[in-house]
Design a protein around this ligand. Structure first.
Ligand SMILES: [Zn+2]
Length: 159
């Protein structure tokens, strides 16, 4: 499976659930616990009712293409153009939109139904400047890494 090495996102306390939900296949979107309004991107306060009890909940992961553009310039060394940048409106709520990518190679059209999938983000340490094995002091972890960046998954969409 050829997967783009996506640039690692900047993870904050407020966005951690969004970036890490992909590990268990969940598209986690912030939701007001008082009026049940979905919020994205995450905010400190619900714009609808002013509530401050906000928590991530798993959205269905389905939506439609609201708008899109085909990028043909290599902005990032890890993303090979051309690729499709799109706003996807989630089925949960009108106006609940994610800026994301459409993958899979199908022709993209406005209103096209899409479904989330998750791609691993590139690790910040993955620059080739790692140790050369000479200092292998047995401190190797066995994949249960908790370095943060390696836990990030980028939600993208496909038909
Ligand atoms: Zn609210």
């Amino acid at each position: 499976m050829a997967v783009d090495r996506r640039p690692p996102p900047v993870i904050t306390e407020r966005t951690a659930a969004f970036w890490q939900g992909g590990a268990v296949g969940e598209l986690r979107i912030q939701r007001c616990q008082r009026c049940r309004w979905w919020l994205h991107p995450p905010l400190p306060m619900c714009p609808r009712c002013g509530g401050r009890e906000l928590a991530p909940e798993a959205a269905a992961g389905t939506g439609t293409v609201y708008s899109f553009t085909v990028n043909r310039y290599q902005w990032s060394p890890s993303l090979e153009p051309p690729y499709v940048i799109a706003e996807v409106e989630l089925d949960e709520q009108p106006g609940l939109r994610l800026l994301t990518s459409i993958v899979g190679g199908d022709e993209v059209t406005i209103g096209m139904p899409v479904r989330v999938r998750f791609e691993p983000a590139g690790q910040a340490s993955d620059t080739g400047a790692s140790d050369t094995g000479a200092s292998d002091t047995g401190a190797s972890d066995t994949g249960a890494s908790d370095t943060g960046a390696s836990d990030a998954w980028v939600p993208v969409f496909a038909t």
